[in-house]
Design a binder for this molecule. Structure first.
Ligand SMILES: [Zn+2]
Ligand SMILES: [Zn+2]
Length: 394
């Protein structure tokens, strides 16, 4: 059964054509292929019929709607699967003259043509697969970048046969059964008639080629498993859970295809001192309440070593000091994050008699004016008490 052309295509229109455009196109085409103007021209006659048929459907709103939804099957019950509504499956029209169903044709129409027939050429170059590994590094290595050697098992092109799989001095030959395609067409008799389908060629195992004398090094595979050392250059700024891709360090490809990649999943070990958030580094700095009250010079650890920092007078618990540009190198970019120092104020424990007396004396010297938050809190507390009394009617 000849493939029916799309009606819009017949009239040289696109699917959004308006009624007026359809009318105009039909007039033009009908005139062009009219038998009176093309005497004894069977091709023009066929076109003229086709144009009229297209116009019959597209000029009738109801038929046009069905055609738009279901294709030819929607307007011609004798076409394909009938008005079942499987728009593009018109290819079921393959229930044709000889009663044979060509599965290839069905796939072609389902997959918009070419589907089952254009199988991948088994001899085409194929890229090798990727390899995934894990790598543990320290916090500092992640901040500064590091070079690590790892050993991996991977498929390498066989040196003896250069990947052909055939013994030195011989070469693979094209499979005579499938002529190199790797697939053979099989026809079966069924109740519906003969059915033809494709299946992998058993003679060559779908490879399309046959090796008479396999290479002894790789057993005809063309690739061998080898243990290889790879140097990983981990860039400064990499973070926990990120994947470092090293191009071309994966498995060898087949038929001269490119090598796969090596994907390295990075795990950054926790640091006892530092915690990373993005490109900033956080550290907790314990100071005494005296240092907090009077201000003090303290030592702050950074990934560049210790630095001296002046804490201002009256520093409060939880205050955060920011050391600009002392954080982590931004990954593959200029600049660094910041170092964030959270102040922890420690209250002394286990005081002796003398320390206790001194502290008490100090406390007697102070009043609420020395404690901003305490003062405002006392204020709020007083107001709350008054409101509370009023509410419960005391
Ligand atoms: Zn080999
Ligand atoms: Zn074959």
């Amino acid at each position: 059964m000849a493939e029916k052309r799309d009606y819009y295509e017949v009239l040289g229109l696109n699917k959004n054509a308006t009624e007026a455009e359809i009318k105009a196109a039909y007039r033009k085409m009908a005139k062009k292929y009219h038998p009176d103007l093309n005497p004894d021209d069977p091709e023009a006659e066929a076109k003229f019929k086709e144009v009229n048929e297209a116009n019959d459907v597209l000029s009738d709103p109801e038929k046009k709607a069905r055609y738009d939804q279901f294709g030819h099957a929607g307007v011609d019950p004798s076409y394909g699967a009938g008005a079942g509504g499987y728009g593009g499956y018109g290819g079921f029209g393959g229930f044709s003259a000889d009663g044979g169903i060509d599965l290839g044709d069905i796939f072609d129409s389902i997959f918009g043509g070419g589907g089952a027939r254009t199988r991948a050429n088994p001899n085409a170059p194929r890229k090798g697969s990727d390899i995934a590994i894990n790598l543990d590094i320290s916090f500092m290595e992640a901040c500064k970048g590091v070079s690590h050697d790892v050993e991996i098992n991977r498929a390498e092109t066989c040196d003896s046969c250069h990947g052909s799989g055939a013994k030195a001095g011989t070469s693979p030959k094209t499979c005579p059964d499938c002529h190199g395609s790797g697939y053979v067409r099989v026809t079966q008799r069924t109740m519906l008639g003969s059915m033809s389908s494709q299946r992998p060629c058993t003679r060559c195992g779908g490879k399309g080629s046959i090796i008479d004398e396999p290479c002894p090094s790789c057993g005809g595979n063309g690739r061998v498993q080898k243990r290889k050392k790879v140097t990983l250059n981990v860039p400064a700024g990499i973070d926990d859970g990120q994947i470092l891709t090293v191009r071309g360090e994966g498995n060898a490809g087949a038929n001269g295809g490119a090598k796969g990649d090596l994907n390295v999943r990075i795990t950054v070990r926790k640091d006892p001192l530092f915690e990373r958030r993005g490109f900033d580094i956080w550290v907790e700095l314990p100071i005494t309440y005296t240092q907090a009250a009077l201000g003090a010079e303290v030592t702050v650890p950074t990934i560049d070593g210790n630095v001296t920092y002046r804490i201002p007078e009256g520093t409060q618990p939880g205050d955060v000091l920011r050391l600009r540009g002392k954080g982590v190198q931004r990954l593959q970019r200029d600049g660094r994050g910041d170092m964030m120092v959270r102040v922890i104020i420690e209250v002394p424990k286990r005081l002796n008699k003398q320390q206790r007396e001194l502290l008490q004396k100090l406390d007697e010297q102070m009043n609420e004016k020395n404690f901003e938050k305490k003062e405002s809190f006392a204020d709020k507390l007083k107001k709350f008490g008054e409101e509370f009394k009023k509410n419960i009617g005391m």
